[in-house]
Design a binder for this molecule. Structure first.
Ligand SMILES: CC(C)(COP(=O)(O)OP(=O)(O)OC[C@H]1O[C@@H](n2cnc3c(N)ncnc32)[C@H](O)[C@@H]1OP(=O)(O)O)[C@@H](O)C(=O)NCCC(=O)NCCS
Length: 159
């Protein structure tokens, strides 16, 4: 198997179309929805992380600036055939590392209930009641980000 690498891209990167596709296939189509009906204006200001192998995007996650010190992690998606192989964890670790480097103290996210245990394993805890988003139950989860990591404590190298 080829190596899985994580990269930061933006909406003008050629790769962005593949980011759109993985979100559409994994996050919207199973709900009978489409990104075509959504305003994706936030994407332009977000930091977009992609996991790739053989130049193909197999997963993504995005970080959105909320306020000084606080970021929202959103649009976490891994293609079904790549799930359960550590890709989601790798993406979140890269996003957290990036947030730490940018001095963000905390990350929040809206977790689908079916994914809450995935985030729990990564150190996030539930801070809300259950609410509905895109027609399915969610909870708000958050994590105080590991800050001021010394260079030799870093888990990830951006490539
Ligand atoms: C949820 C998702 C992003 C996880 O990505 P992944 O690449 O499959 O997860 P990983 O392989 O990195 O798993 C890391 C750990 O979490 C666990 N895990 C993964 N998905 C889980 C889930 N849905 N429920 C409970 N545990 C889960 C894994 O077993 C693994 O545990 P381990 O470290 O003890 O071995 C992915 O399954 C996905 O895209 N699901 C559909 C879309 C979705 O629900 N996105 C989240 C929206 S909030």
């Amino acid at each position: 198997m080829s190596a899985i690498t994580v990269h930061i891209v933006n909406i003008v990167s050629p790769t962005y179309q593949q980011v759109w596709q993985v979100r559409e296939e994994v996050l919207r189509k199973p709900l009978g929805m489409s990104l075509k009906n959504e305003d994706l204006g936030m994407d332009a200001n977000d930091t977009i992380f992609v996991a790739q192998t053989d130049d193909k995007v197999i997963g993504c996650v995005m970080l959105h600036h909320l306020n000084a010190g606080l970021m929202k992690l959103r649009q976490m998606a891994v293609y079904p055939e790549w799930q359960g192989k550590g890709v989601g964890k790798l993406l979140v670790q890269h996003a957290e590392e990036y947030a730490s480097e940018q001095n963000y103290k905390k990350i929040v996210l809206h977790a689908r209930m079916v994914a809450a245990d995935f985030y729990s394993k990564l150190g996030y805890h539930i801070v809300s009641n259950v609410f509905t988003e895109v027609g399915i139950p969610h909870v708000v989860m958050q994590k105080d980000n590991g800050l001021d990591l010394l260079p030799n404590q870093r888990r990830c190298t951006f490539v």
